[in-house]
Design a protein around this ligand. Structure first.
Ligand code: SF4
Ligand code: SF4
Length: 216
């Protein structure tokens, strides 16, 4: 086991005290457990997502997070991520964090689609749903992703924008098993990373009693 220096130990205690001003101790413990499970089950891609958020915090907001060691800041990020339910209002407010890079249309390996979208899109395009979508284990997916068949590489735009699936309209939010919206942990999506940065700064501001509004 690696010995923890007195200074390091004090910083860890300070972080627990800081977070305890925002979350109840029992909730905090449960969230840390869930964050550990999420990290173990999603592996490297989740670590990369947390690293991207850390990088933005260090490069753009070091005046706010400079006194927090990396491992403690990672801990705060993963706890804020676990709290996770998002409002469409917040997403709209932070929409400028979307770079319009098209990664979500071109690089996402598998795009889940809801049954009403399958019916609606195939009806509007006058095509059989089996030609456009695959049914796998009771769930519908785009037949062609990575890149999506409707992504226009030249313009970088969606060619069925007005009738695109709900998954695309909600991105980078996705519905969890309780039908609540949470952020997709996509390290390559500047929008998702930006919203998390905003939330971490908001949590730290709340814990420190700072009422100024953070910018992502
Ligand atoms: S939502 Fe994310 S991945 Fe998609 S265009 Fe915006 S920044 Fe790029
Ligand atoms: S349907 Fe449109 S918005 Fe959805 S992934 Fe394809 S190109 Fe992107």
């Amino acid at each position: 086991m690696c010995p923890v220096s007195a200074v390091e130990y004090e910083k860890q205690i300070a972080m627990i005290e800081l977070l305890s001003k925002v979350f109840k101790p029992d909730d905090l413990e449960a969230m840390e457990r869930l964050a550990g499970i999420k990290s173990r089950s999603t592996g490297l891609s989740y670590d990369f997502y947390i690293s991207q958020i850390l990088e933005v915090l260090r490069t753009r907001h070091n005046a706010v997070v400079g006194d927090i060691p990396d491992h403690e800041l990672r801990r705060v990020i993963s706890i804020v991520d676990i709290v996770g339910v998002e409002s469409h209002g917040l997403m709209k407010r932070l929409a400028s964090a979307c770079l319009g890079c098209g990664w979500c249309c071109a690089q996402t390996k598998s795009i889940h689609v809801f049954p009403d979208d399958v019916d609606r899109i195939s009806r509007k395009l006058k095509l059989k749903k089996e030609d456009l979508f695959d049914l796998r284990a009771g769930q519908w997916f785009m037949k062609q992703a990575n890149p999506c068949r409707w992504w226009n590489q030249r313009t970088g735009r969606c060619s069925i924008y007005s009738i695109r699936p709900r998954t695309c309209r909600d991105w980078p939010l996705a519905e969890n098993l309780e039908h609540k919206h949470t952020l997709v942990a996509a390290a390559d999506c500047h929008y998702s990373v930006g919203v998390m940065v905003f939330k971490v700064l908001g949590t730290l501001a709340l814990a420190r009693g700072d009422s100024s509004s953070p910018a992502p």
